[in-house]
Each structure stands twice: as structure tokens, then as C-alpha cells.
Design a protein around this ligand. Structure first.
Ligand code: ATP
Length: 237
């Protein structure tokens, strides 16, 4: 469904993404893992045309060359950026409503579906965006993306800066979302990413270093240590 061929993204002389190729089938959920500065965010931004690229990205057989990011979103390839860009002067409900602008006639998520997924937002529906906690903001940006009726959702570091219990709630929501669309999730939290996704792709210095089924990566101290500098939860303690 999403085919990325030899993707390159550069900022001046910095080559952030150096020839990434990926193919993600309809209904699949893939984690893109890597250390700080590995090129994960730039990969997502290149796919959704937020940065100029070399290489080719196709979605559902359509070459995205020349499309503006808004046009990419209207196809149902929806990007949830890092950093929780909630509209501070709009309420939670109005923020969700904004998602409908990219819906483009597709049927998908209703307000009720989003509030069912994130019950914590129900009592907050009239609260302004700037008065939300980080976790609440993450739920709003995910909910807003769902209101656009995604066919494919790209999510950048959903757990960044969240308390473990909130990150867990976000992961559980993404597990539900996974049953209704394809996913590409950028994370540094390997445990969250491998809980949500079936397959993991590890990048370093803008290139793919390793691909595995999530369980292989999660269960291998050697892979975690060599590619991500991490250990299994609870291992050796
Ligand atoms: P993080 O987990 O820290 O967000 P990342 O894996 O998402 O990292 P990127 O944000 O894609 O990595 O950055 C890849 C490289 O590109 C880094 O060297 C970074 O400093 C550089 N870079 C990213 N954005 C810009 C920019 N707007 N201008 C210049 N260099 C940039």
C-alpha cells in the first residue's frame, strides 16, 4: 500500500535520510526505530511531502511526486507529527472537528468512536487546547488524525515525554486503531512500538540497518543491544 523507494532527505549538507526503501502492505503495522538523529522524523516528513525528497513514494499505486502535503492527507495518508500540535485556542471538540477537513468523503471515525477510544477526553471536550496535559494533547492529536478517516496513519513518537502509564494508554489505543488501518509508528520506546506493531525496521545514520518481526526484536538482548543500545524489560534485574 505504501512503497518507498530510495528515499533521500537532506537539509543543506546534512543527509538525514540516505536511501531508505520500505514496502508496507494494507493492514500492516510497522515500527520505525532508531536513536536520536537517526532520521526517523525526516523519513516520515519525506513520505508525506513535508520535506523535498529524492527517490519515490507511492501510496495505493499513486506516485506522490508533486503533491502538496494537504493533497497527500486527502488521499488518507495522515501524519501525526511529533510535538503535539494542538490548537491552543480551540476546545478539544473543535480540535477533533479540524481533522474532518482532510476526510475527503471517506467514511471512518465518528466523534463517538474517538471519545470511546479516549474516554479521558469526554469530560474535557469543552476545555481549550492550551490547558491540556501532554498526555491529553497526544490523545487529541491522535483523535484529530482519526477524524480524517485515515487509510494509513504515520505517527511520530507518540510516547515522547509521557509518563509510563499514559504512554501505555496511548499504546493500547494504537493497538485498537491498528485493526482499522495500516500504521507506521516512529518510536524510541522499543517496548511500546513492538507491542503495537508486527514488524520493526531499525534505522541509523539515515539507512535501514535491520528488519525483524517485532517479537524477534523484543525477545533478543543481542539485537536490542547491538542496534538500539537497549535491553529487554526486566532482563538481568
Ligand atoms: P529524534 O528521535 O531525535 O527526533 P530522528 O531519528 O527523528 O531523531 P531526524 O529528526 O530525522 O532524526 O534528524 C536526522 C538528522 O537530520 C539529524 O542529524 C538532525 O540534526 C538533522 N535535521 C533534522 N531536521 C533538520 C532541519 N530542519 N534542519 C537541519 N537539520 C535537520
Amino acid at each position: 500500500m505504501l512503497v518507498v523507494e530510495d528515499l533521500q532527505v537532506s537539509y543543506g549538507t546534512t543527509e538525514a535520510v540516505r536511501g531508505v526503501s520500505l514496502s508496507i502492505d494494507a493492514g500492516a503495522a510497522v515500527a520505525l526505530l532508531g536513536a536520536n538523529g537517526a532520521g526517523k522524523t525526516s523519513t516520515l516528513r519525506g513520505i508525506t511531502r513535508l520535506e523535498p525528497i529524492k527517490g519515490k513514494v507511492s501510496f495505493d499505486g499513486k506516485d506522490l511526486a508533486g503533491l502538496a502535503p494537504e493533497a497527500v492527507a486527502r488521499l488518507g495518508l495522515i501524519h501525526v507529527p511529533e510535538g503535539r500540535h494542538v490548537f491552543g485556542d480551540l476546545t478539544v471538540h473543535e480540535n477533533l472537528q479540524m481533522g474532518e477537513t482532510a476526510k475527503s468523503g471517506r467514511s471512518g471515525w465518528s466523534f463517538d468512536d474517538v471519545y470511546d477510544l479516549f474516554p479521558a477526553l469526554v469530560p474535557l471536550r469543552d476545555r481549550l487546547g492550551f490547558a491540556l496535559s501532554g498526555g491529553e494533547q497526544q490523545m487529541v492529536v491522535l483523535g484529530r488524525a482519526l477524524m480524517a478517516a485515515p487509510r494509513f496513519l504515520l505517527v511520530d513518537e507518540p510516547s515522547l515525554g509521557l509518563a509510563p502509564v499514559i504512554a501505555h494508554a496511548v499504546a493500547e489505543a494504537l493497538v485498537e486503531v491498528r485493526d482499522r488501518m495500516s500504521l507506521l509508528v516512529v518510536e524510541q520506546n522499543v517496548h511500546l512500538a513492538t507491542q503495537v506493531c508486527d514488524r520493526a525496521v531499525v534505522i541509523a545514520e539515515g539507512q535501514i540497518r535491520f528488519e525483524a518481526e517485532s517479537h524477534e526484536l523484543r525477545d533478543s538482548d543481542e539485537l536490542l543491544a547491538s542496534y538500539l543500545g537497549q535491553r529487554r524489560t526486566g532482563a538481568g534485574t
